[in-house]
Design a protein. Structure first.
Length: 432
């Protein structure tokens, strides 16, 4: 065992990815503990109803957030890994596309709020939070650092932003600030993060001033990403539509209870994101070497994802009441039943993070959309049936079933998903 560890330490490729993953994990763990501490304090301060209103505004923005991201993340990283000489053109083009996307997002929101029962105050919360997407256009710098396996600079930027925003939130709580002040912090957080990314990009003797927009590159990026844009719209809708529907069907208080459980359940979702983002270049390399190595690495990644999710879900299910009461207080005790159900959706979220990378590499974005549309339809139908009957627990059950259906029942409808279907079940029932 000691010899194997020494061999790994001498493997430059392994150590590069290990260090990169370690940086990402460290930042996410810090975000969980610091963010959870401050986030819980905010939730306790606001109370279920105002916290529910705040969560509703964020969820409403997220419904349309794919219009701002344009599905470019994985595509641009792939292109940068393939040909770094196009760095300035790729980053400059994707930056402008994301900036245009954020403007489109704000335009869509201006229309969408007219079809809700929101008052002016709620709509103000929505537009303040949505304005953050303008500054998130600078996140294209993150794509470059991902492609170079240099995520420590992104970690530095995120950590600085996290500390500053956390301090501001504490100051707001101590000074009895209104809800709208916390919405402004979301916008301010995006501004600080963009400055941090620019600083560390310059630190590498690079400058965004050399970025260039290329119409042909934009067209090619959008040709590859448009299925991911639709996919992003679908996935964000069925990840957040439950809170919007709860607000319309039950009220802000219930949204607050539900959001508290979702926050605890999704607090672990950084794990697959970190692992998959860090290993994405290695998966691309494996595909170039051989199909056998490619699928061997994928299967190992799938197994890791599924069993990490199970390891998280089991103790949280057993200790749900204790966890909610300890963290949020008795005022949020209704969240515990939601938590027991919702946390198991993590199995399909964790697996889906790795699966989506495979879909991009295999250029199966159209199939992604079809699967997610079916899952979304399932979620919407079940929400309409189960929320009036079972309340927020019904919404949690709807989410779990819709997540599961995409990788099980609906996957059987597509021939190109047979491999992924078998690999999922092999991951779940792996022989240790």
């Amino acid at each position: 065992m000691i010899t194997k560890i020494k061999n790994l330490k001498n493997d430059k490729g392994f150590m590069t990815y290990f260090k990169n993953t370690s940086w990402l994990f460290s930042e996410k763990i810090l975000r969980i503990f610091l963010g959870l501490f401050v986030g819980v304090w905010v939730a306790r301060y606001l109370g279920p109803e105002q916290y529910g209103l705040f969560s509703y505004a964020q969820s409403f923005v997220v419904l349309f957030s794919a219009l701002a991201t344009l599905g470019l993340d994985g595509i641009v990283v792939r292109e940068l890994v393939t040909d770094e000489s196009k760095r300035d053109v790729l980053l400059g083009t994707s930056f402008l596309l994301k900036l245009i996307g954020s403007i489109i997002l704000l335009s869509f929101l201006a229309v969408a709020v007219n079809f809700t029962s929101n008052d002016i105050y709620t709509n103000s919360l929505i537009f303040i939070i949505a304005s953050a997407t303008i500054f998130q256009s600078f996140n294209v710098i993150d794509f470059y650092f991902q492609s170079k396996v240099l995520s420590k600079y992104v970690v530095f930027s995120n950590t600085i932003s996290l500390f500053i925003s956390s301090i501001i939130k504490v100051i707001l709580i101590l000074n009895n600030a209104p809800l709208i002040a916390f919405a402004v912090v979301v916008l301010f957080d995006a501004v600080i993060l963009s400055f941090g990314l620019i600083y560390f990009y310059n630190h590498k003797n690079l400058s965004f001033k050399t970025w260039k927009f290329d119409k042909n590159v934009a067209v090619n990026l959008l040709k590859d990403s448009w299925p991911l844009i639709l996919s992003g719209i679908v996935i964000t809708i069925y990840m957040r539509i439950d809170q919007v529907m709860i607000k319309e069907m039950l009220g802000a208080f219930e949204v607050g209870q539900y959001a508290a459980a979702v926050t605890l359940s999704e607090g672990w979702y950084f794990i697959p994101t970190v692992i998959c983002s860090s290993l994405f270049p290695a998966i691309i390399y494996a595909k170039k070497v051989s199909e056998e190595l490619y699928y061997k690495r994928l299967q190992k990644l799938y197994i890791m994802m599924v069993w990490i999710a199970i390891a998280v879900a089991l103790p949280i299910t057993w200790l749900a009441e204790f966890i909610v009461n300890l963290i949020y207080g008795s005022e949020y005790i209704l969240s515990s039943n939601v938590l027991k159900i919702y946390v198991w959706a993590g199995i399909f979220v964790f697996f889906g993070s790795a699966w989506s990378k495979w879909m991009i590499l295999e250029n199966l974005q159209k199939t992604v959309i079809k699967l997610q549309l079916l899952s979304l339809l399932t979620n919407l139908v079940l929400n309409y049936i189960l929320i009036p009957k079972y309340g927020i627990e019904g919404a949690a059950l709807s989410t779990l079933i819709s997540y599961a259906s995409g990788h099980t029942f609906y996957a059987l409808l597509f021939n190109n998903q047979k491999i992924a279907y078998k690999m999922f079940w092999k991951s779940l029932f792996v022989r240790w």
